[in-house]
Design a protein around this ligand. Structure first.
Ligand SMILES: Cc1cc2nc3c(=O)[nH]c(=O)nc-3n(C[C@H](O)[C@H](O)[C@H](O)COP(=O)(O)OP(=O)(O)OC[C@H]3O[C@@H](n4cnc5c(N)ncnc54)[C@H](O)[C@@H]3O)c2cc1C
Length: 291
């Protein structure tokens, strides 16, 4: 199908973008990489009367370090994240997650912020943002800038806490010291498909003991799911070198699988998804320890 008719505008500045969004927020849509919005328009699941293309707005792409935070501009392409340099645990985590986002043409065009604004609960960037308690920076002409913690940002599938006149400008993530062990594992039927289940983990380890644990799961709820049960199981425990076969990984995997309440659909029923949670959690922990 073809999209219904719309007006196309291409602002050259952030101020112009915010003015345009302010004029008609309910009928406008921001166009970033177009990798989710354009298919939705073609299927007429989205029918904006005005598309605001932010691809020429300066200052929205790229990354910078600000103290102990890494700030990622909204229009940073998936591929730019995949090509990031750095041997630190955050850079490694971002690179390994980026490799799972769609296919190369999608990663070339699709954006970090577009993915978060789209809010698919199986999206790699939504999981990472929730795992690391990212801060979303949004801006509107009426209310200026405000910050939204990731825990409050994802409301449901395709729904965020952003108001229709707001633009996601950038996202800040905590930088992770060498004591962190990060991992990302997902299962999809074909390479490039959205994950049926994905798990990402971040353990802080001192003298072999887990002092802090974060576990986030996609594909089991309407929003990325932080498994408090798995996190509590891991904290205070000694890590085995062979984590994949360790009783600790089994206990964490079992805790997460019991805590989630996954849907059953054409891609897999609830018991199957629970099995995937066990396998992906173990694999994500093993990745972290292997490094
Ligand atoms: C075949 C295929 C496979 C895919 N596989 C995956 C996958 O495995 N994992 C994955 O995560 N994604 C996948 N995607 C989606 C892809 O990652 C998209 O790039 C991403 O979801 C949206 O980013 P975008 O820049 O293309 O945004 P767009 O499509 O331009 O926009 C998406 C939505 O976000 C809004 N938006 C965009 N930017 C902003 C902003 N700055 N402020 C406010 N609102 C904004 C738009 O108005 C729209 O509602 C796939 C897509 C396809 C076509």
């Amino acid at each position: 199908m073809k999209p219904s008719s719309f007006e196309y505008v291409r602002p050259e500045s952030l101020a112009e973008t915010l003015d345009l969004l302010h004029q008609d927020p309910e009928e406008s849509k921001v166009l970033a990489g177009g990798q989710s919005l354009v298919p939705m328009m073609n299927f007429r699941l989205a029918r904006p009367s005005r598309l605001i293309d932010i691809n020429r707005v300066p200052g929205l792409a790229g990354t910078r370090v600000e103290g102990d935070r890494l700030v990622i501009g909204t229009r940073t392409r998936h591929l730019a994240v995949q090509n990031m340099s750095g041997a630190d645990p955050l850079a490694r985590l971002l690179r390994s997650a980026a490799a799972h986002v769609g296919h190369l043409p999608i990663r070339t065009r699709g954006t970090f912020g577009g993915s978060l604004a789209h809010s698919d609960a199986a999206s790699e960037w939504c999981l990472i943002a929730r795992l690391l308690d990212a801060t979303m920076v949004v801006e509107s002409r009426a209310r200026g800038r405000r910050e939204i913690p990731a825990a409050d940002f994802f409301l449901s599938i395709f729904t965020t806490a952003m108001e229709p006149d707001e633009l996601l400008v950038e996202v800040s993530l905590p930088r992770l010291g060498d004591e962190h062990r990060t991992g990302f594992a997902e299962f999809a039927r074909r390479a490039g498909d959205f994950a049926i289940v994905a798990v990402t983990t971040d353990l802080a380890v001192e003298k072999g003991v887990v002092t802090h644990a974060r576990v986030c799961i996609g594909g089991v709820a309407d929003t990325p799911f932080r498994s408090g049960a798995a996190e509590a199981t891991l904290v205070g425990q000694r890590l085995d070198d062979d984590i994949a076969t360790s009783p600790l990984a089994r206990a964490a995997a079992e805790a997460a699988a019991s805590e989630v309440d996954p849907p059953s659909d054409a891609h897999g029923d609830a018991p199957y998804r629970r099995d995937l949670v066990r396998a992906m959690l173990t694999s994500s922990l093993a990745q972290g320890v292997a490094r």
